[in-house]
Design a protein around this ligand. Structure first.
Ligand code: ACO
Length: 416
């Protein structure tokens, strides 16, 4: 273990401290680099930049390991509900029975929306993408919530985001507004708000509830990804929680991030429509002159299998089998994965399927339309975003403000 790293710049020696995380990741602390040497670092996409210390989740990209507050994702999936996972991520420890009861009851207590929220939704055009609607509604929600305690804001969001998602879905399909059912658990209530039909009794399907519970857990946190970094950056400027989360949603919507789940299904449908020639599409993804990428493949951190993708593949297979669906898209996905994983381009670049490769297949099987996939991802990621916002405040992280290398005109005069 080194405690310092020596830099030799133009014959001058500088020592910079090294910091270590609990799971052996290490960083050179260059926070005094410019002050001592005049240099800054250049790291487009922040591929080598640690922006904070965090204790929420840990990824070992080489081993394909993901921990939430120290617990492996494989154990959490088997033993916890999404609400227990949310509690764990937000508070650092799993809840005991009394804590879980009180947490769930507080969520139910805040399970209502001001009628103005419905009126605002009525004025948003139907064709607008559900992620744009969800992010706008989350932003404006702030106007209707007056929290005495900061902790209440987290509960309001956990309670209200599923309602906003369900309203967005029902607006899209032309269904009447929906109301929560306080007798149900979080996931069953969410599904009922989406799919119940007036004057018909709602049939609860445990297979669907279990698949959704697992998917939301898989999405719950993933350290400093693009949307979480967005949330932390906004928070670092002391923007409020709702606007920070709304901005995080907008980042998640991007097709290289959470929007990939929609893009994967669209890609698989295109492949099927064009005759299912997998090899042709793999060649297309490898062609540097073609902007096409194999959606759902590759990850900034995982250079081995994404453990979430392994679980999602299993969930997709189970849910399709148990619901008795025959889905050519799942067969195509498995075929595409096998072919890509045998291809030297994907092997050399360490490109494996990520969570989004299989999540869309599950959403589709449980009846969620394509343009709502990323909305479901946002419902899952909510506890992670909130925990990072909270941690950023507790850490007193400084305002996020990178530098640049200016390559524009030198100083010049206006000639007139
Ligand atoms: N298909 C084909 N080639 C790819 C792919 C892909 N899906 N992903 C990366 N590559 C290639 C790149 O072209 C690049 O090649 P080069 O070194 O010859 O230039 C190399 O692999 C490294 O790719 P980068 O884009 O530099 O890797 P980065 O870490 O910046 O990007 C990302 C990661 C954005 C996820 C990328 O792999 C990608 O675009 N994947 C497809 C979109 C996707 O599935 N996104 C979801 C990610 S998971 C999530 O956000 C929840």
């Amino acid at each position: 273990m080194y405690s310092v790293v020596n830099f030799n710049i133009n014959g001058y020696h500088y020592k910079f401290p090294v910091i270590y995380g609990t799971c052996y990741d290490k960083a050179i602390n260059i926070s005094k680099l410019r002050e001592s040497t005049g240099f800054i670092t250049f790291d487009p996409g922040f591929k080598n930049t640690g922006m904070t210390k965090s204790s929420i989740s840990f990824i070992d990209g080489e081993k394909g390991e993901l921990l939430y507050r120290g617990y492996p994702i494989e154990q959490i999936i088997k033993k916890c509900s999404f609400i227990e996972t949310s509690y764990l991520i937000l508070n650092g420890e799993l809840p005991d029975t009394a804590q879980l009861k009180s947490f769930s009851e507080r969520i139910k207590k805040f399970n209502h929306l001001h009628k103005e929220m419905n009126q605002i939704l009525d004025h948003i055009p139907n064709f607008y993408h559900p992620m744009g609607i969800l992010s706008s509604l989350t932003y404006i929600l702030d106007a209707f919530i007056d929290c005495l305690q900061e902790e209440d804001m987290y509960i309001h969001l956990l309670a209200k985001l599923p309602m906003l998602a369900a309203l967005t879905y029902r607006k899209k399909v032309g269904g009447p507004p929906t109301h929560p059912d306080h007798h149900l658990d979080y996931i069953s209530n969410l599904l009922k708000m989406f799919f119940s039909v007036p004057n018909q009794s709602y049939e609860h399907n445990p297979i669907i509830a279990d698949a959704l519970n697992k998917l939301l857990i898989l999405h719950a946190d993933h350290e400093q990804n693009c949307s979480t970094t967005t949330v932390r950056l906004l928070g670092s400027a002391h923007a409020g929680l709702f606007s920070s989360i709304s901005a995080g949603m907008t980042a998640l919507w991007g097709r290289l991030h959470g929007g990939a789940n929609q893009a994967v299904i669209e890609m698989l449908e295109d492949i099927l429509k064009s005759g299912g020639n997998i090899k042709k599409w793999i060649e297309k993804a490898k062609n540097k002159k073609d902007p096409f990428r194999l959606m759902g493949f590759g990850h900034r951190i995982y250079k081995n299998f994404d453990p979430r993708a392994k679980i999602a593949k299993q969930v997709a297979e189970n849910v399709i089998q148990e619901l008795g669906i025959s889905d050519p898209i799942l067969e195509l996905a498995k075929n595409l994965e096998e072919n890509a994983l045998r291809d030297s381009y994907f092997i050399e670049k360490k490109l494996y399927p990520n969570i989004d490769f299989y999540s869309g297949i599950i959403y589709q099987a449980i009846g969620i339309p394509k343009d709502m996939f990323t909305v479901m991802f946002a419902l899952g990621r909510l506890p992670g975003w909130m925990a990072h916002w909270k941690e950023m405040k507790l850490n007193r992280d400084p305002i996020g403000r990178p530098r640049q290398i200016y390559i524009g005109y030198k100083k010049r005069n206006i000639k007139k």
